[in-house]
Unconditional design. Structure first.
Length: 333
């Protein structure tokens, strides 16, 4: 990883989905799926993005690639502002930025052969034709550890793990440098997940790829990521190096997430308490005032409702959004 070379920069990104009601479809509110996130991803790095369901992880990834038109904010690929590109320029930019989707059963067209699925980006951008397409498809299938002789088969003839490898091959067709991996292992058997993770790591080394890796499995995120960002209700509450965030979590929500990871050591639970959050996640259509986490936070004070905390760097490379990050009550349990 080149530490100083920023490949992707996200500045105050917001994605609000309007809520309409009535016969005349009048807008009465908005779902604030992503509500002001900022981060950078360096070339060759993997940034893990974690959080519970509905917090805005997948929407962040899709909005970065302009699959959703953002409500506000900017996204840069190197020095190119993706949010300012119109249809055709953005279409050509997709050779450099790609996405691997969560469900390998829904993301592949069942009517197309594997050859046609993997070759589709090559045809769309005119980067290969004739026999060169078949040669490239065979090369891509070899990269993802699939038998090239299977390329005339259909998706239903493959397992979930094999289908996800086909999706990875399709994403790699035009040699992108940045890939959003939207929970690419969550629909797979546990026995297959490690194989796919190892494939991601091998491809990153071989092709100099940069990932935004979205996932629920915190232990898997630690394995593959260089840094980890923790998301809650549309915002990033903590971001740090993977080892730092696991050894020294600061935000109460991060601590609760980490306490939920099973540990195969009975003695561990004699010195570490399980943090159980009370209440439900607030609606992103009506988020709490001030700190987003205050309604479930065990150390919240009245002033936490008055204004939103600053997302600040509290130690080198360690960012957190919390008023009480250094308060004695916020010690690790």
């Amino acid at each position: 990883m080149t530490e100083n070379e920023v490949l992707i920069q996200v500045d105050d990104l917001k994605m609000h989905f309007p809520i309409y009601r009535g016969v005349i479809r009048r807008q009465v509110g908005a779902v604030r799926a992503v509500d002001g996130v900022s981060f950078k991803i360096h070339r060759g790095e993997t940034l893990g993005l974690v959080g519970e369901s509905g917090c805005g992880k997948s929407t962040t990834g899709r909005t970065m690639l302009q699959l959703y038109q953002p409500t506000a904010g900017k996204v840069f690929y190197e020095d190119i502002e993706l949010t300012a590109l119109k249809n055709e320029p953005m279409r050509h930019m997709r050779k450099n930025v790609q996405m691997i989707f969560q469900d390998p059963y829904a993301s592949l067209n069942p009517r197309m052969t594997i050859r046609d699925i993997v070759a589709e980006p090559l045809v769309a951008f005119g980067t290969a034709s004739g026999k060169a397409i078949d040669e490239r498809v065979r090369e891509l299938m070899g990269l993802v550890k699939l038998d090239p002789d299977f390329m005339l088969r259909y998706p239903h003839e493959f397992s979930g793990g094999q289908r996800q490898r086909i999706g990875i091959a399709r994403a790699l067709a035009n040699n992108p440098s940045f890939i959003v991996c939207d929970e690419p292992i969550s629909a797979l058997d546990v026995s297959i997940q490690a194989q796919v993770i190892n494939l991601f790591e091998d491809l990153q080394k071989e092709l100099d790829l940069t990932y935004l890796f979205i996932a629920h499995d915190l232990s898997m995120v630690r394995h593959i990521s260089d840094r980890v960002a923790v998301m809650y209700l549309g915002i990033i509450v903590e971001l740090a190096d993977r080892n730092e965030i696991y050894k020294n979590p600061i935000h109460p929500y991060t601590k609760a997430l980490l306490s939920a990871i099973p540990v195969a050591d009975p003695d561990f639970y004699e010195t570490h308490d399980r943090i159980v959050l009370e209440g439900d996640v607030p609606s992103p259509a009506n988020p709490p005032s001030g700190c987003r986490f205050r309604t479930r936070c065990p150390i919240a004070e009245s002033y936490c409702a008055e204004s939103r905390p600053e997302f600040k760097e509290v130690s080198p490379g360690h960012f957190v959004e919390c008023f009480k990050w250094d308060h004695p009550d916020n010690k690790r349990r």
